[in-house]
Design a protein around this ligand. Structure first.
Ligand SMILES: [Zn+2]
Length: 254
């Protein structure tokens, strides 16, 4: 079993490194495959040896080899949390490579990329939300999924139309923007993956968290602020609660 854990950790490191590329390039509309990795500051191509997740960061002491640019903190963080996310989901699903492991891995890895693009650039790339909508529906068609394909599609469509109408009405009456298009598309993706209960909890928990932070930090109401990270945290709390309840319920009745 320990070999499998190490295997998942290594896969996670590689995927984390790819997520960093997505976080950096997608908001600028760049391709995530070509060209090869380069330093965001001096543009110098990064050698394979300097591109090993986490290890290169430590060896280079957090600086670019060529220009000394301090590598942003989220690079090692994302490389570190991605394997932990994969391992967590693996263990929560009975340490087996079942459908739900793959489904939630895809969901939370892409959500991790969204978390940081929204945090840094206040935008959720359409390509990522769209990928999640499609993967949610595809997984719901396969045996072993936790929601039906009908729930996946219907909850996605209703959440999308509800918030679209809400945003339109809000804009008409106040002239202000409420929920951004990026948030609405991400919520649609949440619904396609987590279903009714999951999306309602995500919205509720995400809004409560966002309100709390806004109140504590005294954020200017007229300024833009990223809602995505709160939604993602909300969906993660729901996911962990659900797994916890299910797990205890099942062991209790065994
Ligand atoms: Zn550089």
């Amino acid at each position: 079993m320990i070999i499998i854990y190490i295997f998942i950790f290594l896969i996670g490191l590689a995927l984390g490194s790819f997520l960093n590329v997505c976080i950096h390039r997608l908001p600028q509309g760049e391709s995530v495959i070509f060209p090869r990795s380069h330093c965001p500051a001096c543009g110098h191509k990064i050698k394979n040896l300097d591109n090993i997740p986490l290890i290169s960061y430590l060896l280079l002491r957090g600086e670019c080899r060529y220009c000394g640019w301090k590598i942003a903190w989220h690079y090692p963080l994302v490389e570190f949390i991605t394997p932990l996310i994969l391992l967590g989901i693996f263990i929560l699903h009975g340490s087996s490579f079942n459908l739900l492991f793959f489904k939630y891995s895809v969901f939370y890895l892409i959500s991790t990329a969204i978390f940081f693009t929204d945090l840094f650039r206040q935008m959720i790339p359409d390509r990522l939300s769209l990928a999640l909508m499609v993967s949610g529906v595809i997984f719901s068609l396969l045996p072993g999924n936790d929601i039906s394909w009908l729930e996946s599609i219907l909850s996605g469509l209703s959440i999308f139309s509800f918030f679209l109408i809400l945003a339109y009405v809000f804009h008409k009456f106040t002239g202000k923007e409420s929920l951004g298009g990026g948030d609405i598309k991400y919520l649609t993706a949440v619904a396609a993956n987590l279903g009714w209960l999951g999306s309602l909890f995500t919205i509720m928990l995400g809004s409560i968290l966002a309100l709390l932070i806004l109140l504590i930090s005294g954020h200017d109401h007229n300024k833009k602020f990223p809602f995505g990270p709160f939604l993602i945290t909300g969906s993660l709390i729901f996911f962990l609660l659900k797994e916890f309840v299910l797990h205890n319920y099942l062991t209790f009745y065994k």
